[in-house]
Design a protein around this ligand. Structure first.
Ligand SMILES: [Zn+2]
Length: 393
């Protein structure tokens, strides 16, 4: 089933070391995160290794070694992640032992650990409070983001971190205050919902100078390259008392989040490439992963040491727990000149894949012919023979 490929190229299972399916599931999702995989495969992480890090860079090294093994191994036999496990336990002692853990929580710890070791910032500037309340929201958001990057700046941040904007509106005086926070993932039931804050949650209104009932609204100020969506199935990650096995109908392609954007002119269309699944109950359960191989473009099921091909129609299930989406790049267009004049198409950004070309340059001379191929980054093409190309759609 390895499809004309001599080596298994990422289609290698991970041995279960005793209740470590939560770890295996997340590792496979990350192994199929193209940019993170390439970062490890090209050993680019070596450049960034930050020797000031408290774990002395061994977690990143072990992670990269494991990814390299999964992608360059000549046999399809399952690999043991035991050395990696030893390192993650040093970083996050709560993963010591062989108890079942929460995959989403593990992902957080792992990304945080990797980030710390390859943080481009070796000396963090001293934190000082700044008052940006007089600035326009967008300006304030940018300042807050730059302030974050002054302390936390790595390949992991480049890929996974976005910025959330929360707007609090006082129900008495209507005063609006905005706060910007970086996020590594979004937990679905709370994200994007307007909700009232009451009781102990009542925040202080800066205009009324008193605790007021207010509405809180979240929008996404900056979309991350990789969007991790956590379907909050468990009542609480640590003390799991109940689980919802509701079927969530999430799209595999073209998840358009522009309606949740602070500024809806941005590019916010995502495609799914990996899912960490949890089957079973709060007491006993099992984690697997469904991932789209970034090289082959096909879906595979990773169940510890077993890797099997699957159809994309099986990806959505009521076991889906953590979803990994990749931002689809704004389409880029190439024109190939095969004639007497050249058109330099102008494509307004963030329009999805559509044609919207304005011809630039000389018009064709009467009696001459010209042939153009316009090819977009997603592979759509169209030819144009001896014609102006106004607003192709
Ligand atoms: Zn107020």
């Amino acid at each position: 089933h390895l499809q004309n490929s001599k080596s298994p190229q990422g289609l290698v299972g991970l041995r279960n070391l005793g209740n470590t399916c939560f770890m295996n599931s997340i590792l496979q999702c990350l192994s199929n995160t193209r940019d993170l995989r390439d970062y490890c495969l090209h050993s680019s992480h070596r450049r960034d290794l930050n020797s000031n890090s408290r774990t002395h860079t061994t977690l990143m090294e072990e992670f990269a070694k494991l990814i390299q093994t999964l992608w360059t191994s000549s046999s399809s036999e399952a690999v043991s992640p035991s050395e990696f496990k030893t390192q993650i336990q040093k970083y996050a002692p709560r993963f010591v032992g062989y108890n079942q853990q929460d995959a989403q929580e593990f992902l957080r710890f792992l990304l945080d650990g990797l980030h710390n070791e390859v943080n481009r910032i070796t000396v963090r500037p001293r934190a000082h409070a700044e008052d940006w309340d007089h600035l326009a929201d967008d300006e304030k958001g940018k300042k807050m983001w730059n302030k974050y990057l002054e302390r936390e700046d790595s390949r992991v941040v480049d890929l996974f971190v976005g910025q959330l904007k929360s707007t609090l509106t006082c129900s008495e005086c209507g005063y609006c205050s905005t706060v910007f926070d970086p996020f590594w993932d979004l937990s679905l039931p709370i994200a994007k919902k307007s909700r009232g804050c009451d009781g102990d949650e009542k925040p202080t209104c800066h205009r009324c100078k008193a605790r007021r009932k207010c509405t809180k609204k979240f929008t996404i100020q900056k979309f991350p390259r990789i969007l991790v969506l956590h379907l909050k199935r468990f009542s609480e990650a640590r003390v799991r008392t109940s689980k919802l096995s509701t079927f969530v109908n999430f799209p595999l392609k073209d998840l358009d989040l522009r309606e949740f954007a602070s500024d809806n002119s941005v590019n916010a269309v995502y495609n799914l490439y990996a899912v960490s699944n949890h089957s079973g109950t709060t007491l006993g359960g099992h984690y697997t992963a469904y991932c789209r191989n970034p090289t082959l473009g096909e879906w595979y099921s990773f169940n510890d040491s077993r890797v099997t091909p699957m159809s994309s129609s099986q990806v959505r299930s009521s076991d889906a727990y953590v979803l990994f989406y990749e931002l689809s790049p704004p389409p880029r267009f190439y024109s190939f000149f095969v004639g007497l004049f050249e058109i330099t198409p102008y494509f307004p950004p963030n329009r999805g894949c559509g044609w919207s070309a304005e011809p630039r340059g000389c018009p064709p001379r009467a009696g001459s012919w010209s042939l153009f191929f316009l090819i977009s980054s997603c592979g759509c093409y169209r030819t144009a023979v001896n014609e102006r190309i106004p607003n192709l759609k």
